[in-house]
Design a protein around this ligand. Structure first.
Ligand SMILES: Nc1nc2c(ncn2[C@@H]2O[C@H](COP(=O)(O)OP(=O)(O)OP(=O)(O)O)[C@@H](O)[C@H]2O)c(=O)[nH]1
Length: 428
């Protein structure tokens, strides 16, 4: 319905309708303190295609009880106007994030900050109010609403949203919130999880974890190993990992860091970088959470994670709190009901003995949930994040002339204490 709030509105030119009304991708950016997340944001914003506007939401857990929330808005087009959008970003060792366009608020006790919000609103149209609260544990609904605000109140303004989680966050709840909120599906979708790791310090963080575990066994506090635990989780939940600071780390340490990433999560794509100079197009076009993303990840999980016995090797995951990747291939066709029963038992069962963070699979399905059979079978992709899962129909299996036993389904699981035998239960 047309709005006629004021005379000025009626005289204004009609609002431009975005060329594409499709949902806006949201990329979740994680990584340990100092790994290079801000450096990556700066690189993304400066090198996005002209006119491609990225809203960046930063949520940090401060040293005190107070939560600091910031909202940056990147203007990719400024680089074409002789201004990189920051005034201070380019050059030098100290990378400073988009300071000209930073808006900051500290929420009040009631979760709002009306006074500063209104003064900021008057000075900039880019203000979005962020209630107080931690993105990853208490502010799920506010976080979702904020993203809705960014997209719905300024239609057509942004082409992409990047949410940077705090440097010590477990990204699981944030991913689940984004992936599941039905109200958001109309205007935004989770495009993928990008994790920046520091090639110089990654292995040190994991070694620290082992030391902390030893200390814990000797009676130290349970919180002692939290940062390292989160470092492992950030890699485990990733769809794309940027191994940063490679030049400083040198070839040997970089290779070791890559090997560590692969052992935790061999389904994620991996990219080396210095100062997070990465392929911007690849990052902006990441679509990891759809059916095709599941198929790509399942196909590319390294063969080492599918080797029988690899999951039982003490060295495979001991350094990483038992977090590993296991890939299995199974032949034959299955019904959708059987696949759902298998997934629910694995993800929801109380006696499973493992904890699944991400699950990606491609199945040959001979009958849908209503029992309607298909010959050739259908290609159905499965994605799971934590306890949530989704099946996506990929159409008829491309090769129609196989005998039933020649269809090969593939499952890749990333989690804690994942075992081949456990994945295969209910599939064979
Ligand atoms: N030597 C080197 N330093 C880098 C590289 N990338 C980033 N840095 C520096 O590392 C420091 C941390 O980088 P940031 O981008 O602020 O890291 P961050 O992940 O945003 O850090 P937090 O916000 O504290 O979590 C900065 O001083 C960067 O300039 C790199 O490839 N090599």
């Amino acid at each position: 319905m047309a709005s006629s709030d004021s005379d000025s509105d009626s005289e204004a030119p009609p609002m431009l309708v975005p060329l594409s009304r499709s949902a806006i991708p949201v990329t979740l950016l994680t990584g340990c303190l100092g790994a290079g997340k801000t450096t990556l944001l700066s690189h993304l914003i400066k090198n996005a295609p002209p006119g491609y506007r990225i809203a960046v939401l930063v949520n940090e857990l401060g040293a005190s009880e107070a939560i600091e929330a910031e909202f940056y808005v990147g203007h990719a087009s400024r680089r074409n106007e002789g201004d990189d959008g920051s005034g201070r970003v380019a050059g030098g060792d100290a990378m400073v994030p988009m300071p000209q366009s930073v808006m900051r608020a500290r929420g009040g006790a009631d979760g709002t900050n009306a006074a500063s919000a209104s003064s900021l609103k008057s000075s900039t149209p880019d203000w979005v109010e962020l209630p107080n609260g931690c993105l990853c544990c208490t502010a799920k609904s506010e976080y979702v609403q904020l993203l809705e605000n960014i997209v719905r109140t300024q239609p057509g303004k942004y082409h992409h949203v990047v949410v940077e989680t705090t440097g010590v966050a477990d990204p699981g709840p944030a991913i689940e919130a984004l992936w599941t909120d039905e109200g958001m599906e109309a205007c935004v979708f989770l495009a993928g999880v990008v994790t920046v790791v520091d090639a110089v310090h990654l292995l040190g963080q994991y070694r620290e974890k082992r030391q902390n575990l030893n200390r814990k066994r000797a009676g130290a506090s349970a919180e002692a190993d939290e940062p390292a635990r989160e470092a492992v989780l950030q890699v485990a939940f990733a769809d794309h990992v940027i191994v940063n600071k490679c030049e400083t780390a040198g070839d040997a340490s970089t290779a070791e860091a890559e090997e560590a990433v692969r052992r935790i999560n061999s389904a994620a794509t991996l990219e080396r970088a210095d100062r997070c100079v990465v392929d911007v197009k690849r990052l902006l076009e990441l679509r990891a959470l759809d059916g095709d993303g599941a198929a790509r990840a399942a196909a590319s999980a390294s063969s080492s994670s599918s080797a029988p016995g690899a999951d039982e090797s003490p060295s495979s995951s001991a350094h990483f709190g038992g977090v590993n990747t296991v890939a299995v291939d199974v032949s034959g066709v299955r019904t959708e009901s059987a696949v759902r029963a298998w997934a629910e038992s694995l993800l929801w069962g109380e006696q499973v003995g493992c904890e699944i963070y991400r699950l990606k699979a491609v199945f040959a399905i001979c009958a849908d949930a209503d029992g309607v059979s298909s010959s050739p079978p259908r290609r159905v992709m499965l994605q799971a994040v934590g306890q949530l899962y989704e099946l996506t129909d990929g159409g008829l299996w491309p090769d129609a002339n196989l005998s039933a036993s020649d269809y090969r389904s593939r499952v890749v699981a990333i989690g804690r204490r994942v075992r081949r035998t456990k994945l295969l239960e209910g599939l064979l």
